[in-house]
Design a protein around this ligand. Structure first.
Ligand SMILES: [Zn+2]
Ligand SMILES: [Zn+2]
Length: 239
């Protein structure tokens, strides 16, 4: 399986290519739309091979291009049932933690990026979604297992491609501290950024079944290692 990373220094989204077809994981900001077309061309991906868009959760920086891709390529967009409402009715108001933390330069920079590079206000609500639940094995190339890891949002979910040893964690685990802008080991987002911080911590328990993997987070660089070891040894920082 080939993983193509799209996005910016602030946000990641991914194209996953295998012999059975192509899956898109998360959908960046709406301002990233041309990246997708560019990637299809550069990597010679036949649009007919696109099978699905999988969304880790319904924030604007993760669903920005989803509706446009769904309409243009007629692919189903999957999301956890609990995040359905936020995906289909967009709330453009920036979250309170964002406003409160704007005095931090990295947060201010990402605000500017969201507004101008990401064009967050152009995020379109999804008109049609396919819902999944915890432990579903999705009928898309690679047959990822859904691990529902609520906390950042109530529907936040990770996609675990067991055979390929890949985990896409969205904002349940990230490798960039968004307050400092510094790359880090996999960690939870700061309490103030998680809708239910306690739940986010408890959700980590569900990831202890995962050994050696390559982790592709929603923010930060990829990480390789044994996730259950990292979790058992409490290497994962819980802020
Ligand atoms: Zn998020
Ligand atoms: Zn995010």
């Amino acid at each position: 399986m080939d993983v193509i990373t799209l996005g910016s220094a602030y946000v990641n989204w991914y194209i996953l290519r295998s012999a059975e077809g192509v899956v898109i994981i998360d959908a960046g900001f709406p301002g990233y739309r041309s990246q997708f077309e560019q990637a299809l061309e550069t990597h010679q991906i036949n649009p007919k091979d696109l099978k699905a868009v999988l969304l880790t959760h319904a924030h604007n920086d993760h669903i920005g291009c989803a509706e446009a891709i769904r309409q243009r390529f007629q692919v189903p967009v999957y999301i956890h049932e609990t995040d359905q409402t936020s995906a289909t009715k967009i709330n453009h108001f920036p979250p309170l933690w964002f406003i409160k933390n704007c005095w931090r330069l990295p947060v201010l920079k990402s605000m500017f990026h969201a507004l101008f590079g990401g064009r967050t206000f152009a995020t379109k609500p999804l008109k049609e979604v396919t819902l999944f639940a915890d432990r579903d094995e999705l009928p898309v190339p690679g047959k990822p297992l859904v691990i529902h890891t609520p906390g950042h949002t109530l529907g936040e979910s990770c996609f675990y491609f067991r055979e390929a040893g890949l985990l896409f964690s969205g904002d349940a685990l990230v490798t960039k501290n968004v307050f400092t802008g510094i790359d880090c080991e996999p960690q939870l987002l700061h309490n103030s950024i998680n809708q239910h911080p306690q739940l986010a911590k408890e959700s980590l328990e569900k990831l202890k079944i995962i050994g050696e993997i390559t982790l592709y987070p929603g923010h930060g660089k990829l990480w390789r290692g044994n996730l259950s070891e990292a979790l058992f040894q409490e290497k994962i920082v819980k802020l």
